[in-house]
Unconditional design. Structure first.
Length: 202
């Protein structure tokens, strides 16, 4: 089994790339989606998060509002981000391991996550694909979403600083053109993986 990490800045197109991979019948794991249960009411992480950031991050159902939490965390800078990662990541690593074991029969699995390269998650990846897009296009995508633009832009600023110092990327996927161009680029990389690992030209 080959595990490929799909990384990139917020709104660069990681999820779109993974949608293309899924349509080509490859297994994908989204670390952000996988983490959702960690925040659920009653969990140990839930209690730790409430103790640090207060009950004002809860919604009307007393569940953690991820947008409210993000607002507090990202406005607090790197120290606050590290606090949250220290709570969430150990549980998320356990969940990733469970997923990989469950899907061990797959030839290739893709794991999507913005912070794979600067975390312990990288040790699970045989290769890293990085989705890149112009800052202008990224900002346009952020403003086109019905979300808290301020939080997303703050996350973008922090991620740009982090990505400046990253290494260990095997392939870059440019996402500044059409969906068809992106689709074609992903398929070319899939062909490369098949030839490299499975001696399969098809």
């Amino acid at each position: 089994m080959i595990v490929i990490g799909v990384v990139g800045l917020i709104s660069s197109g990681k999820t779109t790339v993974c949608e293309i991979l899924s349509k080509n019948e490859y297994k994908t794991i989204n670390l952000d989606t996988l983490s959702h249960s960690i925040y659920e009411k009653g969990s140990n992480s839930y209690k730790e998060i409430i103790n640090i950031w207060g009950k004002e991050i809860l919604d009307e159902k007393k569940e953690i509002s991820r947008s409210s939490l993000a607002g507090k965390v990202f406005s607090g800078g790197e120290d606050e981000i590290k606090k949250l990662e220290t709570i969430v990541w150990p549980n998320l690593i356990d969940k990733l391991e469970e997923k990989l074991i469950k899907n061990h029969h797959e030839k290739v699995i893709f794991v999507e996550g913005a912070k794979i390269l600067n975390s312990e998650f990288v040790k699970y990846c045989d290769k890293i694909w990085c989705v890149v897009s112009s800052i202008e296009n990224i900002k346009n995508r952020i403003f086109s979403k019905d979300q808290d633009h301020k939080n997303l832009l703050e996350r973008l600023k922090i991620q740009i600083n982090e990505y400046t110092h990253l290494s260990g990327i095997d392939e870059f996927i440019e996402n500044n053109s059409t969906r068809q161009d992106l689709d074609n680029d992903v398929k070319l990389l899939l062909e490369k993986i098949r030839k490299e690992y499975f001696n399969d030209p098809e």
